[in-house]
Design a protein. Structure first.
Length: 135
């Protein structure tokens, strides 16, 4: 049984500052060929030290050591957007924060488009009300 995945978007968009502009950026980049940059490579390197990408071996998705529903390949990107699919049952705030921190460290931002929360490059977490809290 394929579990629902929890999706996060890792975006290379320094001018995005809130969920509204993040949504606009996702729309703009949709369907573009992947732009796999050194920033995305740095993000992958950083996050896989804590959360190794075992999706190649974890075909049944039953290995709890592997939080990734899909691997971190560049195929899951379009333009400056990289979609990251996590196993819903293993996703918690600690994991999301770790991913957001790795993205920010690499000069990227992390956007939860379902929850409409942007983890911004300045270390602030911004919701649709425009409220910003520290990560």
């Amino acid at each position: 049984v394929k579990q629902m995945a929890f999706q996060l978007r890792i975006i290379d968009a320094p001018n995005v500052t809130n969920p509204k502009s993040a949504d606009a950026f996702l729309d703009q980049e949709r369907g573009k060929p992947p732009a796999w940059t050194s920033k995305f490579a740095a993000f992958k390197e950083a996050i896989t030290q804590s959360y190794p990408d075992l999706s190649e071996e974890d075909e049944d998705g039953d290995n709890d050591e592997n939080v990734w529903e899909e691997g971190l390949s560049e195929q899951t990107s379009s333009g400056g957007v990289k979609s990251v699919a996590l196993k819903e049952e293993l996703t918690d705030e600690a994991l999301v924060v770790a991913i957001a921190r790795a993205a920010i460290q690499a000069g990227l931002q992390c956007y939860d488009d379902e929850g409409q929360v942007l983890y911004r490059a300045d270390g602030k977490v911004v919701n649709t009300q425009g409220r910003a809290t520290a990560l």
